[in-house]
Design a protein around this ligand. Structure first.
Ligand SMILES: [Cu+2]
Length: 498
């Protein structure tokens, strides 16, 4: 715990670490030997298991984004919301206090938890009504970088998101400091809400809309063609529908960047989370190459890159040895015609802050496509042929704004099924000219290379077989993590049957 506390103190900006330190941790009595690690799905704490407790109040508030003041909804009056931090195998008891004027829930994105704690109204629980509370209780079995957000409507595109870090108790001291970085695209309180945006999208059907900048910058769907090809420097074609006034790094616009203070020569672990609703970013740190060590919580063969793409719902951990000076961490929206970017700073020495539109040379260097990472040996699934296969076809268009999976929107399509103990292969086909980040609840899956992910980007017309082990019974969601696509129907159930 010494180590954890020190690291938490080193977390940057926002006082994220301080939040972790004030969280109530009930110490269990450690058993002999290793820390107890419960199986996925443990819904009650076992003897000796440490319990992490926290309360999250979701309510309307006004936030200062570093200049712009916005009325929005948030957890605990900050954006991102308070960091939750525990170690692998801990039991989490997290109380949602809904003071919003709407139903809500919390989904613990990427955590391999038991079904009833997954936070999907209509599938795993009833919605949490205004004025009501809901207690989420689950074991977090796997270390990694995660986050949490509502699974109701387009509430994710408000300020309702926060990082969730699960530490590995066995992890060696591989770095000196840590910076948790949460990226977002922001529209709420700037004259329209995410619900307004969804109405514009569905009403306008992809044509220019009511926003100041033409509204919908993207032109997805089979009818429109791609803005880029799926090869070469721009792999994703068309990647977003919504024009955003701001892009945020740890809740701040580039004019007031979140700044991480460190010393030259220190090795820093960056934990980068894309909490945006409609924006793929290209991420680069000026003056440095980064070594990617994990994605979606799973270790990879360390890969040096100039920059990398991060889709909505994805996470990447990178280690970097810092130079002396002031360095911009830039997240550049991919394929958005409106311009702008998210910016944070790492300061290890003297120097003035770069311009808000600084463009590090690394952005034009070798940009990693995350699905090409190689898995660490420890992250691989056991070698096994699939027992069953399923098809998952991503379909739809901007005009009309209709998205679905396997021939119909969610609620009208037929859930995929699997049986406990099976190795299931899902043949995913993106039948659209847009890029979609596909997210699976309650499990992680393996790409053909063995790389483990819970969220993966599929470029236009891309096909990708993903394998998963059926080891966590329940009714789970599989969906596009473009929150507007998901809300318009790009989701399907994955149900265990006997
Ligand atoms: Cu999508």
């Amino acid at each position: 715990m010494e180590r954890l506390s020190r690291r938490a103190l080193l977390a940057g900006g926002l006082g994220l670490g301080a939040v972790a330190l004030t969280a109530c941790t009930t110490k269990g009595v450690p058993g002999p030997g290793a820390a107890p690690v419960g199986p996925a799905g443990a819904a009650t704490p076992s003897p000796g298991q440490d319990v992490e407790e926290k309360s999250l109040v979701a309510r309307p508030t006004t936030l200062d984004l570093g200049g712009p003041k916005v009325a929005t909804w948030a957890y605990g009056d900050t954006v991102p919301g308070p960091l939750i931090r525990a170690k692998a195998g801990d039991f989490l008891r997290l109380t949602l206090d809904n003071q919003l004027p709407a139903d809500t829930s919390i989904h613990w994105h990427g955590i391999r938890l038991h079904n009833a704690a997954d936070g999907v109204p209509g599938m795993t629980q009833d919605p949490v009504k205004p004025g009501a509370k809901f207690v989420y209780e689950f074991t977090a079995p796997d270390p990694g970088t995660y986050f949490f957000h509502p699974h109701v409507g387009v509430q994710l595109d408000r300020g309702l998101y926060a990082p969730l870090i699960i530490d590995d108790p066995r992890e060696l001291d591989g770095y000196d400091a840590e910076w948790v970085v949460v990226l977002d695209d922001w529209v709420d309180g700037t004259g329209r809400t995410p619900d307004d945006v969804l109405k514009e999208l569905t009403a306008a059907g992809g044509a220019a809309s009511a926003s100041s900048n033409g509204g919908i910058s993207g032109m997805g769907g089979m009818d429109h063609g791609a803005m880029g090809s799926s090869t070469g420097a721009q792999p994703w074609g068309d990647a977003g529908d919504v024009t955003y006034p701001y892009f945020l790094l740890n809740g701040k616009v580039p004019a007031a960047p979140d700044t991480f203070a460190a010393k030259p020569g220190q090795k820093v672990r960056l934990r980068i989370i894309n909490a945006a609703s409609d924006t793929i970013f290209t991420v680069a740190l000026g003056g440095h190459r980064m070594t990617i060590t994990h994605t979606d919580g799973h270790p990879v063969v360390p890969q040096d890159v100039d920059a990398f793409y991060i889709g909505m719902g994805e996470r990447y951990d990178a280690v970097v040895t810092l130079g002396d000076g002031v360095f911009p961490l830039v997240a550049r929206p991919f394929s958005k015609t409106s311009g702008g970017q998210a910016l944070g700073l790492i300061r290890t020495g003297a120097g003035s802050a770069p311009a808000v539109d600084v463009s590090p040379a690394e952005l034009g260097g070798q940009v990693l496509i995350g699905s090409r990472l190689k898995p660490a040996t420890s992250a691989k699934l056991a070698t096994k042929n699939p027992d069953a296969t399923a098809q998952l076809s991503l379909e739809g268009s901007m005009q009309p704004y209709q998205w679905g999976i396997n021939g119909a929107p969610f609620g009208k399509n037929t859930p995929l099924t699997l049986r406990a103990g099976q190795r299931l292969r899902i043949n995913v086909m993106n039948m659209t000219m847009m890029t979609h980040p596909l997210h699976l609840h309650g499990h992680t899956f393996a790409l053909p290379s063995g790389l483990r992910k819970d969220t993966v980007l599929l470029g236009p017309m891309e096909q990708l077989p993903i394998d998963l082990d059926a080891d966590n019974a329940g009714k789970w969601a599989v969906h596009c993590h473009n929150i507007y696509h998901a809300e318009a129907g790009m989701m399907i159930g994955l149900n265990y049957v006997s």
